[in-house]
Design a protein around this ligand. Structure first.
Ligand SMILES: CC(C)(COP(=O)(O)OP(=O)(O)OC[C@H]1O[C@@H](n2cnc3c(N)ncnc32)[C@H](O)[C@@H]1OP(=O)(O)O)[C@@H](O)C(=O)NCCC(=O)NCCS
Length: 150
């Protein structure tokens, strides 16, 4: 039987444990606090299984000048606890995020996607934009994006 996950808005603080474990293991707290985490337009979503937070994603009102859009959000801190990966929770939390952004009339959602996560984002309808680039201490990334409300 499929694992039942409920999705809800959470605080930036609540994202920390999952961000740390999945995205910044062994790194200091400053590495998983992002600029803009507590800006009022920023949205944090959590997926809970039996009251345990197992998946997080954060959405920042942020243009990417190269893609250019008046109403754009950047998706950051996308993470599913290792034990729960590969079970559709990543796909679902992105879908929840897109529904929230569509209601806010957002036209572009974009992210700096880790090379290893590219197939996952392609699977959710995202396209690569521009060349591969390095984020120091994190690794190789592509900008990826998807048009909403089209
Ligand atoms: C990337 C991540 C968020 C994906 O979440 P997930 O719950 O594991 O992915 P899902 O189970 O929802 O996968 C959705 C689809 O993408 C595919 N997919 C997921 N990860 C993949 C990978 N690394 N390579 C190829 N396909 C992948 C799945 O096979 C599935 O396709 P299907 O429905 O056709 O079988 C999660 O694995 C994770 O937290 N990884 C480590 C952190 C990370 O890389 N975050 C992204 C930073 S940019």
């Amino acid at each position: 039987m499929a694992t039942k996950i409920s999705y809800t808005l959470i605080s930036s603080l609540e994202t920390h444990a999952v961000r740390h474990a999945v995205l910044r293991a062994g790194k200091p707290i400053s590495s998983f606090i992002f600029d803009g985490d507590d800006t009022p337009t920023t949205i944090h979503i959590g997926g809970f299984y039996k009251n345990k937070l197992i998946a997080v994603v954060s959405l920042f009102k942020q243009k990417n000048e190269a893609i250019s859009s008046t109403n754009a959000y950047q998706l950051r801190g996308m993470a599913v606890l290792e034990k729960y990966q590969g079970q559709g929770h990543g796909r679902k939390i992105i879908a929840v995020a897109e529904t929230i952004l569509e209601k806010k009339n957002v036209f572009i959602v974009w992210m700096n996607a880790r090379e290893s996560a590219i197939p996952f984002y392609i699977n959710s309808g995202y396209s690569k934009f521009g060349p591969i680039f390095d984020i120091p201490d994190v690794g190789l990334h592509y900008v990826m994006y998807k048009k909403l409300n089209s």
